[in-house]
Design a protein around this ligand. Structure first.
Ligand code: MG
Length: 380
């Protein structure tokens, strides 16, 4: 679970004192920011924003009402690119750890030639172990800057056909059956739903869902089933309920068990927690049918592209997913989405106070903006 606001302020007092604050007197969490220019023309700023969720968000691991995402702004030659990190405790990330990595990367990014973004990307990836959300924020901001400077939308720079952007699922978090039914009613305009399971009451949840909708469902267990027998029983039952595929049925490390499971079921198994970067993919190819790429896991756009090509070369399906993210990170993933089979890019739709806007969703379909860069509108 994310640490509370109080806890963060207590544990990160030192860091906060060192990075400068916007405003005086009582310090709001969302005001924590770093904006000291350290080198010539380029500047990398960072800021935490509190993202309030429309509904309490519960998956098999944890629950939350507010997310504290870290935003970065890279400015050079009169153009700014924006990036976002959604720290996830599953991967040992907190807003504090994310800011520490950004602070470490700041002098490197400000000194670098952004046009050599491939080299810069590797340098940032290798700067520290893990902490991919922080790396992702920087990579998104640089790619936004580069494509803004070129005056083209990111998808066009990549040579992609925006009409091939897929329909995104809309996710229904775990809740009391009657609340889930209400969420499903609110999600009327989305043609495909993603249902979170993996707790004790899965049958009750699925029965409640099917009582109110006959839409195609994609199901995510978030590693919630702890034995292959339990996973098999649950999936066999789900197969009779119009489920298209199952995401991460068992813990990431249970590769052998997942391979066993795959031989006994008829719907595809998609790896999520089991895959972060391209390096992880080859060993998964015999146990999973596809992978769920998230920019927060990969460390950004550049590694996500390498993952797409790697998965394709192994004949695997590709899905683009997200954490709870604003329109910044969602836009970055959406620009890659014409390359993939499935999209689950609804993180911004679950937020009540998204500070940005970029991608529209019409009848579930992702509509990519034609503005340069990621096409983000809104104040950093
Ligand atoms: Mg998942």
């Amino acid at each position: 679970m994310l640490m509370s606001r109080k806890e963060f302020l207590r544990t990160s007092g030192k860091a906060i004192a060192g990075i400068g604050l916007l405003g005086t007197g009582a310090v709001s969490f969302s005001q924590i920011s770093g904006c000291q220019r350290t080198n010539g023309g380029a500047m990398l700023e960072y800021k935490i924003k509190d993202l309030n969720l429309v509904h309490t968000w519960t998956i098999s691991r944890n629950s939350s009402d507010v997310k504290h995402n870290v935003f970065v702004k890279y400015t050079k030659d009169g153009v700014s690119g924006i990036g976002e990190a959604a720290p996830n405790i599953r991967y040992n990330e907190t807003p504090e750890s994310t800011i520490n990595v950004i602070k470490k990367a700041k002098p490197i990014v400000e000194k670098a030639d952004p046009w050599k973004f491939v080299d810069l990307g590797y340098e940032i990836q290798n700067l520290v172990e893990e902490q991919t959300a922080a790396k992702c924020a920087i990579d998104i901001a640089i790619m936004d800057w580069v494509t803004k400077k070129l005056g083209v939308p990111l998808y066009k720079y990549l040579g992609l056909d925006k009409s091939k952007a897929p329909i995104t699922t809309f996710s229904i978090g775990i809740d009391k059956p009657e609340v889930m039914q209400q969420k499903i009613r609110e999600a009327e305009k989305y043609p495909i739903l993603k249902i979170k399971v993996g707790k004790e009451n899965d049958p009750e949840i699925m029965a409640a869902v099917r009582e109110v909708t006959d839409k195609p469902l994609r199901v995510d267990a978030n590693e919630g089933w702890k034995s292959k027998e339990e996973a098999l029983e649950k999936i066999k039952w789900l197969e009779t309920h119009g489920v298209e595929f199952i995401e991460q049925p068992m813990p990431a490390e249970m590769l052998e068990e997942t391979r066993w499971l795959r031989e006994r079921i008829n719907i595809p198994i998609i790896a999520d927690e089991a895959v972060k970067s391209a390096h992880d993919i080859p060993k998964l190819a015999t146990a999973y049918d596809g992978i769920n790429i998230k920019l927060m896991k990969s460390g950004g756009i550049q590694e996500a592209l390498r993952m797409i090509w790697m998965a394709r070369s192994l004949g695997m399906k590709v899905m683009l997913g997200c954490m709870i993210e604003s329109s910044v990170a969602i836009a970055a993933a959406a620009h890659l989405s014409p390359l993939v089979d499935y999209a689950d890019l609804d993180g911004n739709l679950l937020i009540a106070n998204d500070p940005f806007h970029a991608v529209d969703v019409v009848d579930g379909k992702l509509i990519l903006p034609d503005r340069p860069g990621l096409g983000i509108e809104g104040e950093f």
